[in-house]
Design a protein around this ligand. Structure first.
Ligand SMILES: Cc1cc2nc3c(=O)[nH]c(=O)nc-3n(C[C@H](O)[C@H](O)[C@H](O)COP(=O)(O)OP(=O)(O)OC[C@H]3O[C@@H](n4cnc5c(N)ncnc54)[C@H](O)[C@@H]3O)c2cc1C
Length: 397
């Protein structure tokens, strides 16, 4: 293991290793500590949406409290604000976090997507520079992949990086779009075309960009649910020094795929999010549903079972990773599963609540957001292509 979630492949890893489903006394003690801290600290009433300007600021205060309690990034090294917790403890933390109904993590694109890639590809200086400020929420990160003409076809990005030898860095130009919380973040990580002559996947470099650099214009815009959750980021001859390159020059595709693996697989959407939502759905069914409607009851039971199945599958992944294995294109199957499960959970809530659904803020908003799950982190059509070609070994055509 190379810190937090970074992993490398070892041929001696037993991919069929049995999964130990019992937690140790130390892990149970950790669970109790987290549960008690969350019970005493989770804001009530809940914070406004972290995808609004005021809500984002309130969420950053919450992130600071988590950080001060050393609960913001439990699996990171203590030197960066973590606890050197195991992946098992991280899973426990996540279960307790969602169980407590704690605020959404507005730092997620940094701590869950970028950080594993910094652990894997970053220099020591980059790790020391970026990780502590990311953990505390002092610096927040948006993801600069998509462009107006490059979404699913990420290797088609046109934003350019031109070498400035004299100044010891790069000049970035182009446009990124759909940057989640980009209007509020301090930084963006993104892919830029550094060698226009190279084959599409080769001439790309991964940059870490401060959004207050001269030449950057950030324009926030609203989502269908009314929140200013997105931004367009325009770059006009923006200078960034060499130490803003993550990984090797022209090798950004490999770094980006590691980041995407975190987004689809283990870190962005841990099972605690879905087991907690499925349990809330069962509670909602108990409170509001007609028990004679056995079809509805069976559907609610099925999503509860599927959330548990996702949890068990994840424990299998953690067993593999803890044994030194790696997570590969299988992450695409996981992404399809959790995004479709999320929709089913929220659609069932709509069915249970009927006309009252629109009055139930969290379920209604959660349903709207769940509909975007098959799109972000790479659309499910693309994930099905990945599964077909790289997991099942089917021909491309
Ligand atoms: C809530 C949300 C948050 C997002 N946050 C970010 C962010 O922070 N940063 C960022 O960079 N982007 C972000 N995105 C953008 C997201 O990554 C893109 O929307 C996604 O990659 C699809 O790209 P596109 O919208 O350009 O659609 P297109 O690529 O134009 O695809 C249109 C349709 O064609 C299908 N399609 C395309 N190619 C194929 C193919 N080869 N085989 C089969 N079907 C295909 C797609 O599945 C889709 O249904 C976010 C999106 C959403 C919804």
């Amino acid at each position: 293991m190379t810190g937090a979630f970074g992993t490398f492949w070892r041929p001696d890893v037993d991919l069929e290793a049995p999964v130990d489903l019992t937690f140790s006394p130390a892990e149970e003690a950790f669970r109790r500590e987290v549960r008690e801290w969350l019970a005493a600290n989770v804001p009530n009433p809940p914070l406004p949406s972290g995808d609004s300007r005021a809500g984002f600021a309130a969420h950053l205060e919450w992130e600071r409290r988590l950080f001060d309690a050393r609960l913001a990034v439990v699996s990171w090294p203590a030197a960066y604000g973590g606890r050197d917790a195991s992946l098992w403890e991280w899973i426990i933390f996540e279960e307790e976090y969602y169980r407590a109904g704690a605020p959404q993590r507005v730092t997620q694109n940094g701590i869950f997507l970028l950080a594993p890639s910094i652990f894997m590809f970053g220099t020591q200086a980059q790790q020391d520079r970026y990780l502590p400020r990311m953990a505390s929420g002092e610096e927040t990160w948006g993801q600069g992949w998509s462009e107006p003409e490059a979404g699913s076809d990420l290797a088609g990005v046109k934003s350019r990086a031109v070498r400035d030898e004299a100044a010891g860095g790069w000049r970035l130009s182009g446009q990124k779009t759909w940057t989640t919380r980009g209007a509020f973040c301090t930084h963006m990580f993104g892919l830029f075309r550094s060698d226009p002559e190279a084959e599409r996947h080769r001439g790309l470099t991964y940059f870490l960009v401060p959004l207050d650099a001269p030449g950057i214009t950030v324009r926030g815009f609203g989502r269908l649910d009314g929140d200013e959750g997105f931004a367009e980021v325009f770059l006009d001859d923006v200078f960034v020094p060499d130490d803003c390159v993550l990984g090797d020059v022209h090798q950004g595709w490999g770094v980006a795929m590691a980041t995407a693996g975190s987004e689809r697989g283990l870190t962005l959407r841990s099972p605690g999010r879905f087991t907690a939502a499925a349990q809330r759905l069962v509670d909602l069914w108990r409170e509001h549903a007609d028990p004679a409607d056995t079809g509805l009851r069976d559907d609610v039971t099925a999503v509860w079972i599927d959330a548990e199945a996702y949890r068990l599958q994840t424990l299998g992944v953690v067993t593999t990773l803890s044994g030194g294995g790696h997570s590969g294109p299988e992450a695409s199957m996981v992404k399809i599963f959790w995004s479709e499960l999320d929709i089913r959970i929220h659609e069932l809530a709509q069915r249970i609540l009927g006309p009252r659904a629109e009055l139930e803020g969290p379920w209604s908003k959660g349903w709207q957001f769940s509909l975007s799950g098959p799109i972000y982190a790479g659309t499910n059509e693309i994930q099905r292509n990945v599964v077909a070609e790289r997991v099942l070994g089917l021909p491309r055509k």
